[in-house]
Write a new protein. Structure first.
Length: 225
């Protein structure tokens, strides 16, 4: 089919469409005397069929359906920052294997660092509460009314009770909670198994920072940081 024939068919189709909508039709296309003339005439037909400036082109059914299904704006999903419990636990886990030097001394370079998190602490004292205070401070949740750290389990329990952070022994602990064993010992909950047993990270366990498997029956309470 020649370009002239194609233009004639386009004009005929336009006349039919114009009659259907009551709009003036384009004049029949005259045979083009040259390729340049045919191209110019084709451009004129295209311009006549194009929508007016500023008018939106008609949407196809597929485009309409896609518009209904597409969200109005892209969804921006922001990952939350790790919670306080996760930060406290990460600090505690980073110390696994740190030990007294010499063994049995309640002292050493690492224990001195933990002791530094508790105001007024002295060398040679049991240091599980020092370790818990250090991990809490490192995680951004220092213990005590002034963030001064607490040097005994009894002080931790008393502060947690007054601050509304003390959980009963039958509560469901979360990773990063402190776990209390009476007024004798304190550690950090690492995980809870399906059977309820706990894995903890504890300072001053056999003279070191160690990972320990515990029964929930051993706990007398938890502190949610």
């Amino acid at each position: 089919m020649s370009i002239a024939d194609a233009l004639s068919r386009i004009a005929a189709l336009d006349r039919r469409a114009a009659e259907a909508r009551g709009a003036p039709a384009l004049s029949p296309a005259a045979p083009a005397s040259s390729f340049a003339g045919a191209a110019a005439e084709a451009l004129g037909v295209a311009a006549a069929l194009a929508p007016e400036a500023g008018a939106a082109p008609p949407a196809s059914p597929l485009a309409v359906a896609a518009g209904l299904l597409a969200p109005a704006a892209p969804l921006l999903l922001a990952l939350p920052e790790p919670g306080a419990g996760a930060r406290v636990l990460a600090a505690a886990e980073s110390q696994l294997g740190a030990a007294e030097e010499p063994p049995g001394s309640n002292d050493g370079p690492a224990i001195a660092v933990y002791r530094g998190a508790v105001e007024g602490a002295g060398p040679g004292e049991p240091w599980c509460a020092y370790f818990a205070s250090w991990a809490a401070a490192a995680g951004g949740r220092p213990l005590g009314d002034r963030g001064q750290g607490l040097g005994s389990v009894a002080e931790i329990e008393s502060w947690a009770r007054a601050a509304g952070r003390l959980l009963p022994a039958d509560a469901a602990p979360a990773p990063g909670d402190l776990i209390l064993f009476g007024d004798r010992h304190v550690g950090v909950v690492e995980s809870v198994a399906p059977d309820g047993s706990l894995t903890t990270v504890e300072g001053n366990y056999a003279g070191a920072v160690a990972r320990v498997r515990r029964s929930p029956a051993e706990a007398t309470g938890y502190v949610r940081l």
